[in-house]
Design a binder for this molecule. Structure first.
Ligand SMILES: Cc1cc2nc3c(=O)[nH]c(=O)nc-3n(C[C@H](O)[C@H](O)[C@H](O)COP(=O)(O)OP(=O)(O)OC[C@H]3O[C@@H](n4cnc5c(N)ncnc54)[C@H](O)[C@@H]3O)c2cc1C
Length: 385
């Protein structure tokens, strides 16, 4: 991918049918799909490189891999094995699926490949360009060459969990968030089967998980939980976990590692995610599984509906078309996952986690865990009315 294709230079007052804010997976995919319908799309991203400041482990689940053509050379080896550990790491529960369940994306080249696809579809991509506010359909941007404005019929907020576009369109915003941090490093090779290790310990990961994903090519070591429940901060919890993390026996951690971190919305899809002037996708719309905290599958599925609705709105000019992009209609699909999230949030001490773990060791517990980890569920496939 040449930088030139990502360096659209804004000057004075520009215009577009649709301004997409944020070049994560949600923004890149939505921009591509709208441009393929023949519309003029400008995508702005505040980062100067898509390979930097990555905020995801990049685990793609089987259903996503089956349904979306991700570039195979940007995906790690398939993972079938998950091991769940109690706080003392003793007597873990090991589950192996007969199918390939996960693959970890090599996210820097994967984002760059998605940007190349967007550019091929005709999307103008301006990196190093921050969305700074709006007045009606005039949008203010701050870029490498100073402030500029863009007149756009619609704006798409793909600007992550703390979306400024959501605020400016007076749409719903994420309030229920956990925070995650991880280290990533390359491995010289391994004779162990690729494995996803999950540690349930509220002192390391209050309300969620600590993890090691070792697929034989890369190790990802991370923790995630409610920010206000880390007694000595997320970073310290990460360091403590790293010191005793399972799944890394015999693995030498290099001096330099890539660090990733970010907020994860786990309150379920937001209700009001569109209005006459635009809509939200991905984390900005709360499109993340409240239970697994997976947001990559939702990014890809929700972009499809977003692009269909915007295409209709641009072609028909009818103001009520945007109401078909309705979070309230899809939210009931998250009810079960929201209940389980609340249950997980109540496990507050290592003793409570160890007690809950006893259930996981029963045949019922193993079957329930396998359903969550190896199930066929995805973000609800949104079909326009
Ligand atoms: C540590 C961690 C690990 C995770 N691991 C997984 C996983 O393994 N599997 C999974 O399915 N999900 C995972 N998730 C969740 C998943 O990564 C997200 O749900 C998904 O990446 C969200 O994509 P997005 O495009 O909506 O947002 P983002 O990828 O956050 O993209 C938003 C973009 O908007 C840009 N932006 C923000 N504000 C502005 C502005 N004002 N102007 C211009 N640009 C702006 C940002 O720079 C960013 O590039 C993880 C999350 C975290 C934090």
């Amino acid at each position: 991918m040449t930088t030139a294709r990502l360096s659209y230079r804004l000057a004075g007052t520009d215009s577009a049918d649709v301004l997409v804010v944020g070049a994560g997976l949600a923004g890149l995919n939505t921009a591509t799909l709208i441009a393929r319908q023949g519309h003029d799309v400008l995508l702005v991203e505040r980062r100067t490189s898509l390979a930097g400041a990555i905020r995801t482990t990049g685990i793609f689940v089987r259903k996503t891999l089956d349904d979306f053509p991700l570039p195979p050379d940007c995906l790690g080896p398939p993972i079938r094995r998950v091991v769940l550990y109690p706080p003392d790491l003793r007597r873990p529960v090991s589950l192996t699926s007969p199918r390939d369940e996960y693959r970890v994306g090599d996210m820097a080249p994967l984002y760059e490949a998605s940007a190349a696809t967007a550019a091929d579809a005709g999307v103008r991509i301006a990196l190093g360009t921050r969305y700074a506010g709006r007045q009606g359909n005039i949008f203010h941007l701050a870029g490498r060459d100073g402030p500029t404005t863009v007149r756009a019929r619609f704006v798409v907020g793909a600007d992550g969990a703390r979306s400024s576009v959501a605020r400016d369109l007076a749409l719903d915003r994420n309030h229920h968030l956990i925070v995650g941090a991880e280290e990533v490093f390359a491995l010289p090779g391994s004779d162990q089967p690729p494995t996803f290790h999950c540690v349930l310990d509220p002192s390391l990961a209050p309300g969620y998980l600590a993890w090691v994903v070792n697929d034989g090519q890369h190790a990802h070591v991370g923790v995630a939980g409610y920010a206000d429940r880390y007694p000595d901060g997320l970073r310290r919890a990460m360091e403590r976990f790293r010191a005793s993390a399972p799944g890394l026996t015999g693995v030498e951690r290099p001096e330099t590692v890539e660090r990733r971190a970010g907020p994860i919305p786990v309150g379920g899809l937001l209700r009001r995610i569109s209005c006459a002037d635009g809509l939200l996708v991905g984390d900005a719309a709360g499109a993340v599984s409240p239970l697994t905290a997976g947001g990559l599958d939702p990014c890809l599925r929700q972009s499809q509906l977003a692009a269909e609705v915007l295409n209709d709105a641009l072609r028909t000019g009818k103001p009520d078309t945007m109401t078909h992009y309705d979070g309230a209609a899809l939210r009931p699909h998250f009810r079960g996952r929201l209940m389980l999230r609340r249950a997980l949030a109540h496990v507050r001490t290592p003793t409570a986690a160890a007690a809950a773990f006893a259930l996981l060791r029963t045949p019922f517990g193993r079957a329930a865990a396998s359903r969550v980890l190896f199930g066929d569920r995805s973000f609800p496939d949104p079909t326009p009315k």
